[in-house]
Ligand binder design. Structure first.
Ligand code: SAJ
Length: 415
């Protein structure tokens, strides 16, 4: 295959942009492709259009060295990394439209000898589907040299980085690389070895796809266990955080933390891909999803109960992101909770403290009774305080300012 000196990264989001930046700062020429013109402009200016620690310095450095640029069209390169979203549709089946569009962009550029890596978290069979999509448009190519046709190497290498720690985990995490052919897996592993100091494990594409889904489903099931315990504990008058803390002293017990629900674009989504692939057998995985999805509704009930005694309650909601110290509100249970409370009590004033998020997402901005406020002002004015995200910045809240108010601490933040 062609030695890799240029890489196109399709999708400059939370995974694509860090990957593009780290490849560029390690000496490769990287072209980022994105359908969003404001993302393209931001990256070409050396800016990052979202919050991720240490990413800005990598992007600014790579752009100023001339190794990273962004554009709307897919150009030719030695290697392609597809890092586009894989959301689910309303019936929870996977939406492959972005991957298909990426394949259609790449196919006309191929000459043979290139490497194409699917990095997006995807349902089983997606890497093969991507290859088939390319070959349909380019019947002159093959994935294995069959009929003497020039080869394109196709592999899956799922990302496994934790938002908030992406620039560290990109380097330190082990990676799983699955090829449609062993040669493709080896070529992809060699590309990731440019920046990855963890171990790189080779397998086939379908196993790599499933490995990623299983990791997130494992975490989802464990969080569902904690969330179920929080409901049982409430009924029994037991402090769930104390309960979990004590149980976790057992050498083989490690329960995760309950919260207002599970959000983000990964753990709240990926288990559904397993359910869609085998609905009959994936009963525990589906139930865990349902438990975690029901938790925001439970928090809404708690808030409405606390606000019942006030004609025009002021309710402070602390945080909107799907987890602490980031600005990402995708699939965030906090956003759903604020929205439901606001719709249920139109006469209430909902003050949202959003120190990282900064502004309201569209579904909240359209509501007349939800506004962003400084944390101290929101807490000071409210009769009901709902801690939704454990941002470190909320540690500055004076304990005295909570006295005499209804406090609903969904994360055990003030324990
Ligand atoms: N959460 C809890 N209780 C916990 C832990 C998390 O309620 O004890 C909630 C969080 O508040 C959040 C959601 O779960 O709403 C997900 O947060 P997370 O920190 O567990 O995970 P993500 O979505 O930020 O990142 C996950 C990671 N997967 C695993 O840890 C197995 C990350 O390594 C993946 O790369 C990422 O998904 C991904 O992109 O798939």
């Amino acid at each position: 295959m062609t030695p890799i000196s240029t890489v196109v990264v399709v999708g400059l989001g939370y995974i694509g942009l860090p990957t593009a930046a780290i490849l560029a700062t390690n000496g490769l020429e990287v072209i980022g492709v994105d359908v969003n013109p404001s993302t393209v402009t931001a990256v070409n200016n050396g800016d990052v259009p979202f919050v991720e620690p240490d990413l800005s310095i990598h992007v600014a450095g790579a752009v100023s060295q001339g190794r990273l640029r962004a554009q709307a069209d897919t150009p030719h390169a030695d290697a392609y990394i597809v890092a586009v979203p894989t959301p689910f549709k309303t019936d929870k089946s996977p939406d492959m439209a972005y991957i298909d569009a990426a394949a259609r962009g790449i196919a006309p550029q191929l000459r043979g000898g290139e490497l194409v890596i699917l990095e997006s978290t995807s349902p089983p069979g997606s890497t093969r589907r991507l290859a088939e999509c390319i070959l349909e448009l380019r019947p002159d190519l093959s994935i294995d040299g069959s009929q003497g046709k020039p080869m394109v190497l196709v592999a899956h290498c799922p990302e496994r980085v934790l938002p908030g720690r992406v620039m560290i985990e990109l380097v330190t995490n082990d990676r799983v690389v699955g090829g449609l052919t062993p040669e493709a897996a080896e070529a992809a592993a060699a590309l990731y070895a440019v920046f990855c100091k963890g171990e790189i494990h080779l397998t086939d594409a379908a196993t790599a796809e499933m490995t990623k889904l299983v990791e997130n489903a494992y975490r989802d099931v464990n969080i569902a266990f904690a969330n179920e315990l929080s409901l049982i504990s409430e009924n029994l008058g037991i402090d769930v955080w104390e309960l979990i803390r004590l149980a976790n002293h057992h050498p083989r017990v490690n329960i995760l933390q309950p919260g207002p629900g599970v959000g983000g674009h990964c753990i709240a989504v990926d288990p559904w891909f397993i359910v869609a692939a085998d609905p009959e057998n994936a009963t525990l995985i589906r139930t865990a999803r349902e438990i975690n999805d029901s938790k925001p509704g439970y928090v809404v009930e708690q808030v409405l109960r606390a606000a019942k005694e006030f004609d025009k309650p002021v309710i402070a909601c602390l945080g909107l992101a799907f987890k602490a110290n980031i600005d990402d509100v995708r699939q965030s249970p906090a956003v759903n909770i604020v929205r439901e409370v606001a719709l249920n009590r139109p006469e209430a004033a909902i003050l949202v403290a959003a120190p990282h998020e900064g502004h309201l997402p569209q579904e909240l901005a359209v509501l007349g009774n939800v506004t962003v406020a400084q944390t101290a002002a929101a807490v000071g004015a409210a009769q009901v305080i709902v801690l939704l995200v454990g941002h470190d910045k909320f540690r500055d809240i004076e304990p005295d300012s909570l006295a005499g108010k209804h406090v609903i601490d969904t994360r055990g933040f003030w324990r």
